[in-house]
Design a protein around this ligand. Structure first.
Ligand SMILES: NC(=O)c1ccc[n+]([C@@H]2O[C@H](COP(=O)([O-])OP(=O)(O)OC[C@H]3O[C@@H](n4cnc5c(N)ncnc54)[C@H](OP(=O)(O)O)[C@@H]3O)[C@@H](O)[C@H]2O)c1
Length: 337
């Protein structure tokens, strides 16, 4: 019987937060294989906040998703058939297949995964792009030293939870900024953060950060931007380092926000700010994965995945993640192995 592919496409460009009606579930036949191509069945789909910008007309550095096109996303998948000699049926692979259950893709765009090393879903989280962004963005860009205070925003997210734990491994005092009290409790009770704060519910985020960081802030790993970053700027120490990976709070705004102008804080503190794309470190990914894997095996790194079930659940799970509902890495389970 011919396989039918279920895909989720972009039905309309969202205004502000996406709605379920901005997505459409479509059915399509699976193309036949050409030389060098591989037929895969997706097992896990990664939901990434970065996709939100790509749903806009203007897109992001990673491009624009057109109306009617399959939404973009990383997946872990199972090889069903291969005309690329580097792969064979039964292999587990990682690649950007998008929001669909099956794909035909050139083998050169796939990375083989050893399923005996760790649960295969980790290739989209702690042992994938989020883990690598935390690793290089914290250690290479911000260079935290033992005893320093590190603040992480979006701290209960896929990147933030790893960045905070790496800072703990390096002997720092770590404060997480989150989107909910439940997220804060989880960081404190299970991930070993020294303090955590939900800046959505406190009256004065800067004042609260001052209390939680009595020695000031030496390093800020930013996933969120907006008012949280404004608050952090009031508590910076001399020669503070700021590593900017994401701006979650800005992604769904209908109008750009104008905030306090805080560049003066960089002058008086002789602080540095550096934004980065994780691709900057691509040639060093093996080094990062090796260290993350070692920490995982030693029990020094913990992670959590929120897993929605079935491709039809992906839009609602994506919207929930953008609203700050997910904890850890948000995935969708598309099929069993
Ligand atoms: N520079 C790059 O190369 C690159 C590439 C991909 C993605 N990114 C960006 O990196 C950031 C982190 O990515 P990620 O995969 O780890 O995502 P993520 O943090 O797992 O995203 C979900 C989390 O973000 C927080 N959040 C969601 N919506 C928010 C809002 N409106 N305001 C404040 N916080 C909100 C919530 O966590 P808390 O409870 O912890 O706040 C939520 O659990 C994102 O902004 C993403 O767009 C950067």
């Amino acid at each position: 019987m011919a396989l039918i592919n279920r895909q989720i496409t972009l039905a309309s460009r969202p205004v502000g937060f996406p709605k379920v009606s901005d997505f459409e579930l479509v059915f399509s036949p699976i193309p036949s294989l050409a030389d060098g191509e591989v037929l895969v069945r997706a097992i896990y789909l990664s939901l990434d906040p970065g996709l939100r910008q790509r749903m806009n007309d203007a897109g992001s550095d990673a491009g624009t998703v057109g109306i009617g096109e399959v939404l973009s996303g990383g997946t872990v998948a199972f090889v069903m058939n291969s005309l690329d000699p580097a792969f064979r049926a039964g292999d587990t692979v990682e690649g950007v297949l998008g929001w669909q259950e099956f794909a035909v893709i050139p083998g050169r765009e796939l990375r083989k995964i050893d399923p005996t090393l760790a649960p295969i879903s980790t290739a989209l989280g702690v042992l994938g792009v989020p883990g690598l962004a935390a690793f290089f963005g914290l250690l290479d860009i911000a260079d935290p030293q033992p005893g320093e205070t590190v603040v992480v925003s979006g701290a209960a997210g896929a990147v933030g939870m790893i960045a905070g734990q790496i800072a703990k491994i390096k002997g720092c005092r770590v404060v997480g900024v989150t989107a909910s009290d439940a997220h804060s409790s989880w960081l404190l009770e299970e991930l070993g953060f020294d303090a955590a704060i939900n800046c959505r519910t406190v009256a004065d985020c800067g004042g609260s950060l001052q209390e939680l960081c009595p020695a000031g802030i030496d390093v800020y790993f930013d996933n969120e931007g907006g008012t949280v970053t404004d608050a952090v700027m009031r508590v910076l120490n001399p020669r503070a380092r700021i590593s900017v990976y994401g701006q979650n709070s800005q992604d769904n705004l209908e109008e750009p926000e104008t905030g306090p102008r805080w560049l003066g804080q960089l002058i008086v503190n002789q602080a540095t700010v550096q934004g980065f794309l994780v691709s900057k470190f691509a040639t060093r990914f093996p080094e990062g994965l090796d260290q993350l894997n070692t920490w995982l095996k030693q029990g020094k790194l913990k992670y959590r995945e929120d897993v929605a079930l079935g491709i039809e659940a992906a839009p609602q799970a994506f919207i929930g993640m953008l609203r700050g509902n997910s904890r850890g890495k948000q995935l969708v389970r598309l099929s069993e192995l």
